[in-house]
Structure formats: C-alpha cells, structure tokens
Ligand binder design. Sequence first.
Ligand SMILES: C[S@@+](CC[C@H](N)C(=O)[O-])C[C@H]1O[C@@H](n2cnc3c(N)ncnc32)[C@H](O)[C@@H]1O
Length: 182
Amino acid sequence: MKGDHDVTVLRLGHRPGRDERMTTHVGLTARALGADRIVMAGSARDRTDTIVDITERFGGPMAVETTAEPKGFIRNFEGTVVHLTMYGEPIQDVEGEIRDAHADGPLLLVVGAEKVPFEVYERADFNVGVTNQPHSEVASLAVFLDRLFEGRELDREWEDPDRVVVPMETGKRVVDPDERTE
Ligand SMILES: C[S@@+](CC[C@H](N)C(=O)[O-])C[C@H]1O[C@@H](n2cnc3c(N)ncnc32)[C@H](O)[C@@H]1O
C-alpha cells in the first residue's frame, strides 16, 4: 500500500474441484485490503484471471504472479515471512512485533489450503493464528491485514481504475472515474 513496504500474499496450492473460488477470494481480499502482490503456487496457478480482470477494472497496484517453486520462493524472500495457521501464536500477541518488522521492510504472508509442509513453519519468522480455531484463509487474511494496517487500508487509493463505485445509502452506482463528482 502507498507509503508502506510491500505486502505479498502467497497462496500455497489448492484442492482442485473444491478450492477454486476460495483461491480467487484470497486474491481479491489481498488486493482490497492492502496487499500489493499475490503469488499463486501449485494447482492455484490457473486462478489468476479474475484478479487480473478486477485489477484492470477497479485499479491497482496489484501484481498477479505464479510460482512452481513455493518453498524456494519462501526461502529466498527478502523480508519478514508470516505464515497464517490455526496452530500459530495469537495475532493479538505478535501484531506489534510484525508491524515493527514491516516498518523496516517487505512482508510475505503465506496462506495454505491443504496440509502445509513443515519447512514453511520453520522458515516463517512468525506463525500466526487468528484465533486457534479452524476456519478460513480468507477470514484470517482479512483480519491479519486489517490489524497490520490498523484500518488504514480501508482508505486505500486506487491507481488507474476504469470503474469507480459511488458509495450510497441505497442503490448501486458504478461510474467512469471522470464522471465522479467530489
Ligand atoms: C482449510 S484451512 C486448513 C487449516 C490448517 N490446518 C491450519 O494450519 O490452519 C486453510 C488455511 O486457512 C488458514 N487458516 C485457517 N484457520 C486459521 C486460523 N485460525 N488462523 C490463521 N489461519 C488460518 C491457514 O492459512 C490454512 O493453511
């Protein structure tokens, strides 16, 4: 997000036939809530189209990439690695330390689908639980990003949108950015 070091989200594969929409939602949630880049690994690599399409229509910056070597990607990441897992340390205990680390450099946020290899737990600088209950990668990502940015992501400015939503009490209005009245 503008003024911050980059935040990359890495989606570690998915279960074909079950997780397609979940993977798309990981990417859309990452974009909407302040991340700058989504990297899809393994079987999730063919789920980039919707995120690219939404970024083209509603603005960026949001880089959409794939990797065939997620373990190498994590190992070689130059910055702080955070792995979201129900087995991790409670977010409320480590969020301050993670914000401090992000003030110094980029952050990689790893979310799983199936069983996550143990190397990921070992390489991660932080294994973080958003509660220690099983739920969803989309929910944990959303809560994590909101805590990381302390709500600033809700006012994110979008670059080069083709379409802009005009918020209103009732009804739906989507306009060309030039038609937007301040
Ligand atoms: C279907 S869940 C699998 C749950 C998994 N056993 C785990 O380690 O969290 C898929 C992904 O959702 C995320 N997730 C689920 N529950 C979470 C929680 N309570 N805190 C953080 N992340 C969670 C993790 O990234 C996980 O890899």
